[in-house]
Design a protein around this ligand. Sequence first.
Ligand SMILES: [Zn+2]
Length: 344
Amino acid sequence: MSNNKREDKQKRQSSPIWSKLLPSIIQVRVPVPFSLKWINSYILLEQQGTFTVIDPGLRTPEAEAVWANVMSELKLEWSSCTAIVVTHQHPDHYGLSGYVQQLSGAPVYMTRDAKAYTEKLWGAGSEQFERDMKQLLHTHGTPDDITEAILLNLREFQARVEPQPDVTYVEAGEALLAGDRHWQLIHTEGHAYGGIMLYDANEKLLLCGDQVLPRITPHVGVVAGEDRPVLQQFLNHLQQIAELEVSLVLPGHREPFTRYRERIESILQHHERRLAELYSYIAENGAVDAFVCCEWMFGSHLRDQPHNMRFALTEVIAHLQYLQQQGKLLEQPDAAGKLIYSVR
Ligand SMILES: [Zn+2]
């Protein structure tokens, strides 16, 4: 082992809840009460003793306790937090931002589109969103009891994003100075509206939110009340961002990784495979709705897991709509208004 490597190893420190990835970047594993287990938040340390937090997590007592321990173990004070950046508005990333803002007084940076979306989910638009979600699930063949369980699960997130922050808008295309680095803000598509990634071109670091994840594929699902070709947008976007030179990816879930382009390639292949499987299933089984396809693909055990069921179902609908937009499937309402897919 060279001297440099030995020094590096000595400098690298970690605990079960945080790891020092680079001298000035700390990964914090903030627990979430669902299958993903934790979300990665990142602390970007600054030379003058201040720091920036990326995606503080979902508001739960466990997450608050983890943050209290991290602050104490790293000997940091919230008063030294100068900025909170939220890559996208999903509650596991955004939920604690208002709480951290209360503790620190720091600005919360996110895009106008992402913030507007929080209004839709947990603000003035939430009743309409619930009606749209109910309609979406019904139209795609979801049994009523499962629809109700999904709506109840969605409502439970309200308390996990409180208090909601005062937001300072940033937009893709802008530059942001944080952690003594100049980050380019790059827009994302397909996983969440109005999302951004932070790219440091000097060190080729990418804080990518959930856009490229190791081992698990980022969720790409249709959104109730919206009519956007999310899967097409996601796949196009992945192809665009594959051009970036990236030596270390700091993702929103699981562990940081290096093989950026290989990972993008395997996510693209995953969707190609899924699309082909879904098409063959419908070709062999005739006209079906999305709920039937979802149970075939993921199994009926999701009936007891409304959170995972919502993810699975909205993703299957995104795949079906993609095949329909490609001219491979027909999408037709039956007499009851339920959407039925068949091969062209
Ligand atoms: Zn997300």
